[in-house]
Design a protein around this ligand. Structure first.
Ligand SMILES: C[S@@+](CC[C@H](N)C(=O)[O-])C[C@H]1O[C@@H](n2cnc3c(N)ncnc32)[C@H](O)[C@@H]1O
Length: 310
């Protein structure tokens, strides 16, 4: 069982209490300084003041990370280059990836291009760090000898839809992030029982994902209303993460023999749809559509094997 802790308070006051080199993974989704309303705090500072704030929490984050630790930082276009510079030149951390989180719905512009992505910087504290590629692969399009059927590297453009207001997991928070997106970071850059820290916990997405993936997690959040919201979220029933990379539902073409298909379909559910139980029925329907009647035979063959084993 994971150990989950929520600290109510200001990140700048709380971080000095956390011991140096004690955290495996940090996820930071700070206010982007765009004038959003977060209940008891308003997200608009003078340019220099916002940079000072960012430098202070990033410096503390670097101090508390283990030498093998990783940080992911969400940021909007206005400040991302400055945050990159702080991580790279001031803190001498190691750049790993500039991830583009692509979504299909958002604000519309009539003069200019409607924004459809946020950026996420991934830096590591040292040259040696955890990266569990096998836990975050996405299904291949084709079954080929040369392809690794465990899946492909997901790349640095990640598509996840926002958690829509009609989604049962949607909380009353203006910038709730999709669980599937946080799931990928946690799988990639931590192991079970590691300590994950979310510096701006918001509606508690990171804590929720850690709860399900057996990681210990501490979240810091300034707004007591959101702290209450997080506690309720952690106590609510889990029915699967609220979002998924659409490629996880992709079924490779050319699974040409029954044996290959049977093995592949069972693996697919285990590798790509674990924690997304409600999608398994949809996956099975798609298999049926794509590979047709033969699936019934495979299923029968499989049931028969099970019966004989009993
Ligand atoms: C972008 S939101 C995080 C959303 C979160 N990732 C989620 O999925 O719900 C930023 C959060 O940081 C909180 N916050 C703002 N300033 C803070 C500070 N100085 N210390 C701690 N939390 C702060 C806000 O109340 C807000 O909930």
């Amino acid at each position: 069982m994971s150990n989950l802790q929520i600290i109510e308070g200001d990140v700048l006051e709380q971080l000095p209490h956390i011991p140096s080199e004690s955290v495996d993974l940090i996820i930071a989704d700070p206010p982007y300084n765009l004038g959003k309303e977060y209940g008891n705090n308003y997200d608009l500072k003078e340019f220099d003041e916002y940079l000072r704030f960012s430098t202070l929490w990033l410096t503390e984050a670097c101090r508390i990370l283990k030498p093998t630790g990783t940080i992911y930082v969400f940021m909007g276009f206005r400040f991302i280059s400055y945050l990159y510079d702080i991580l790279d030149r001031e803190l001498q951390m190691f750049f790993n990836s500039w991830i583009c989180w692509h979504y299909t719905q958002g604000m519309g512009k009539t003069k200019g291009f409607s924004p459809r992505h946020d950026d996420i910087l991934m830096f590591t504290k040292g040259k040696t760090f955890k990266f569990n590629l096998d836990n975050i692969r996405v299904p291949q399009k084709y079954y080929r000898e040369r392809n690794n059927m465990r899946g492909a590297n997901p790349g640095d453009v990640w598509q996840f839809s926002h958690v829509h207001y009609c989604n049962g997991n949607r909380r009353n928070h203006p910038t709730q992030k999709p669980e599937g997106l946080i799931e990928r970071m946690i799988f990639a850059s931590s192991d079970e029982e590691d300590l994950v820290l979310d510096l701006f916990a918001g509606s508690g997405t990171t804590l929720r994902v850690c709860q399900q993936l057996n990681r210990n997690c501490t979240g810091i959040e300034l707004n007591p209303g959101y702290v209450k919201m997080i506690k309720e979220r952690l106590n609510s029933e889990f029915t699967g993460f609220d979002s998924i990379d659409p490629r996880m539902e992709r079924i490779p073409l050319d699974l040409n023999t029954k044996k290959v298909r049977q093995e592949y379909f069972e693996n697919h559910k285990q590798w790509f749809l674990n924690q997304h139980a409600p999608l398994i029925d949809k996956f099975e329907e798609s298999v049926q559509k794509l590979y047709g009647e033969e699936q019934t035979e495979i299923q029968e063959e499989f049931d028969f094997d099970n019966t004989t084993r009993k």
